[in-house]
Design a protein around this ligand. Sequence first.
Ligand code: ATP
Length: 314
Amino acid sequence: MTEVEPASGAVHVRAPGKINIALKVGAKQDDGYHPLATVFQAVSLYEDIVAEPDSRIRVSVTGRHADRVPTDERNLAHRAAQLLADATGTEEGVHLRITKGVPTSGGMGGGSADAAAALLACDLLWGTGLAREELGHLAAEIGADVPFALTGQTALGLGRGDVLTPALARGRFHWVLALLEDGLSTPEVFRAWDVMTTTPPPAPAIPSELMQALVSGDPHRLQNLLVNDLNAPAIRLQPRIADVFDALESTSALARVVSGSGPTVVALAADHAAALGIANSLRRAGVADEVLVVTGPTSGARLIESVRAAETEG
Ligand code: ATP
């Protein structure tokens, strides 16, 4: 990942990508949204944002899949900065320099991580001094996955995924990520789920065994509990996911699942050595465009460095 050097008067914030260890989907409601029950875990794949003073709000993007990310008002980091400015009445501007590490449209919440990082970075740069709770409210206005990118760690998400309850997870889990270049649109995957779901599903819920397995820190206890109701619709839209699943059958992966709306596939490894072995097998099989080994949980959006203009002038 490219390291970002903060300039004078700059704030450097880092926010993690997420995986969904479990994702259960309920029937579409009148407002068009599906109620969800999910378990998020923040993993060691990051978005770095350096916020520098500017006369207006602007965004530039480098790093993984940067060419697919808008730099105008559609960018979630831009929206986050604008929302904070409107909420606090500040007339400050900001240049948000984003270095992406999380795949775009990969089901790992990269854009949400940018929004969370931008909220924290602008709050620090502008001295607007909002409490984490207030930042959390603004985060939920931007998108369902943004509050989790602020808090990180492991959490149960209900509602649209934005009603969070921290979950206790002991130790460190080792995950192998299989990235596919052709991203999936989250609304399209939900539309495919609507078409494929002929009998009304029960209200979505996460089994207590899963929460207990996380507390135990034992990946073997988690093995049979990884679930994603969006696996089938994601595979229908991106059949290469099935090739990754097949290739994982002949590895030591304890379990595999699509993250969020995909197409990233997440495989659970028993330990770090096993994760490296699984990653090598996947690379040899040539079924994914990129294979990464990460760990979780990790913290949410956090300050890496703050350089005051006065400090660098002397
Ligand atoms: P989700 O959080 O719904 O699972 P995702 O992880 O699959 O999303 P993202 O990379 O967060 O996907 O966002 C994908 C879409 O959002 C793309 O259409 C992209 O153009 C747009 N987008 C807006 N801002 C950003 C950003 N800062 N980074 C990445 N994508 C962004």
